[in-house]
Design a protein around this ligand. Structure first.
Ligand SMILES: Cc1ncc(COP(=O)(O)O)c(C=O)c1O
Length: 403
């Protein structure tokens, strides 16, 4: 078969389930902040694989670590310990306020584990009535049935009911609504420390601390979903560090493997007995190949100062986006933290703008919350790349905007 873009897209449309709606563009290789399509056209990738590409495309150290581990030991199952999972758990514990790690394969799976641990932990400690989970409206926690029920966006629930029960959604950023929702049957509160898919919404100052205090006062656990914000994405290793709040546990995924699928649930020692033997498991979770990739990502993040780079480049990108908001009527507002940034579009079609950005200006980005163009470039992004991205966005907004 001819490996042309059109032939591959035609084949994709015949053989892939159409649950995604990608543009007719087939990517085949990448390096750093750039990707190339099957016909060799280069694009500046500020979609970052939806905030996944912590160390950029084809980082040689990540590639070498994956290849070396593939030659050594790919899989064991959790019937046995493996050295890489132990090392990765120790590395995560050393870098965070948490003491215990459970490995999963995705963000949704990590959140499922939090949900199950919350219920089982209370159950085993004589509080079987504590089964409810409170999460936020406009939140996103994944697409498996538990994570979907936690996700506070009704459009994702359409036709999928009945939802897993015992979940309440409250407006994000409103302590009074949280106070009204947490009661004697609450097992846990789960929040993103900054909402990602919901439109890059940062919590009002003091909100996360107020929720922490409410959970402590009322005996509920507090969990943060750091799937999108973790591993330096917002300019701190964990997104919650901006607010100085330590939850009882968190989920991680996306940036953790730099593109290799892996997720994790991290909890404090008090919850170490939350999932007793046999209560939860994953065949692939903690697979040595995935853990070797995540270990390589952590050492690249350290050696290349990527958390600091995310902060510095994030400020540069943020300042540029603020300028775009001042210059162009359709850019209503700049949002975000670190390298999880975006612009809210008003009076123009965000999806059409994203398409023009890709097709006419050679730059990839993604949408968040329906009207925010989200920019989540690799944490390795340089000042020159940021400036180039801003120049391409400026050229896009200077055109007549598609409405
Ligand atoms: C905050 C958050 N939680 C969970 C998920 C789900 O992760 P996954 O797609 O790896 O299951 C996402 C994905 O966008 C996310 O942004």
């Amino acid at each position: 078969m001819a490996r042309t873009n059109d032939a591959l897209v035609a084949l994709a449309r015949r053989v892939l389930l159409p649950n995604y709606r990608p543009p007719p563009l087939v990517l085949t290789e990448g390096e750093g902040c750039r990707v190339r399509d099957v016909e060799g056209r280069e694009l500046l990738d500020f979609s970052g694989g939806i905030a996944v590409l912590s160390v950029g495309h084809a980082h040689p150290r990540l590639a070498d670590a994956i290849a070396a581990q593939a030659r050594r030991l790919v899989h064991t199952s959790n019937l046995f310990y493996n050295d890489r999972a132990i090392e990765l758990a120790a590395a995560l514990v050393a870098r965070t306020p948490f003491d215990r790690v459970y490995f999963a394969n995705s963000g949704a799976e990590a959140n499922e584990a939090l949900l199950k641990l919350a219920r089982r932990w209370h159950h085993d400690h004589g509080r079987p009535e504590r089964v409810e989970i409170v999460s936020a409206e406009a939140s996103f926690h994944g697409r498996t049935m538990g994570a979907l029920a936690l996700t506070g966006q009704p459009k994702y629930h359409v036709g999928m009911g009945p939802m897993v029960g015992g979940v309440r959604h409250v407006p994000y950023g409103e302590p009074d609504a949280m106070r009204a929702a947490i009661g004697p049957t609450t097992a846990a509160v789960l929040l993103e420390p900054m909402q990602g898919e919901g439109g890059l919404v940062t919590p009002p100052p003091g909100y996360l601390a107020a929720v922490r205090a409410l959970c402590d006062e009322r005996g509920a656990l507090l969990f943060f979903d750091e799937v999108q914000t973790g591993i330096g994405r917002t300019g701190t290793f964990l997104g919650a560090e901006h607010d100085g709040v330590v939850p009882d546990g968190c989920s991680l995924a996306k940036g953790m493997g730099g593109g290799f699928p892996i997720g994790a649930m991290l909890v404090r020692e008090a919850l170490a007995d939350g999932l007793p033997p046999g209560s939860h498991a994953s065949t692939f979770g903690g697979n040595p190949l995935a853990c070797a990739a995540a270990l390589a990502v952590l050492s690249i993040v350290d050696d290349e100062g990527l958390v600091e780079n995310a902060r510095a480049m994030g400020e540069r990108l943020g300042a540029g986006l603020e300028a775009l908001a001042r210059e162009h009527a359709c850019v209503a507002e700049a949002r975000g933290r670190g390298l999880l940034r975006g612009v809210r579009i008003e009076g123009a079609d965000p999806l059409a703008l994203l398409g023009r950005l890709r097709d006419a200006h050679g730059m990839l980005a993604s949408l968040a919350g329906g009207d925010v163009i989200r920019l989540a470039p690799p944490l390795t992004v340089s000042a020159a790349d940021v400036d180039e991205g801003l120049a391409r966005l400026r050229a896009l907004f200077a055109e007549e905007v598609p409405t």
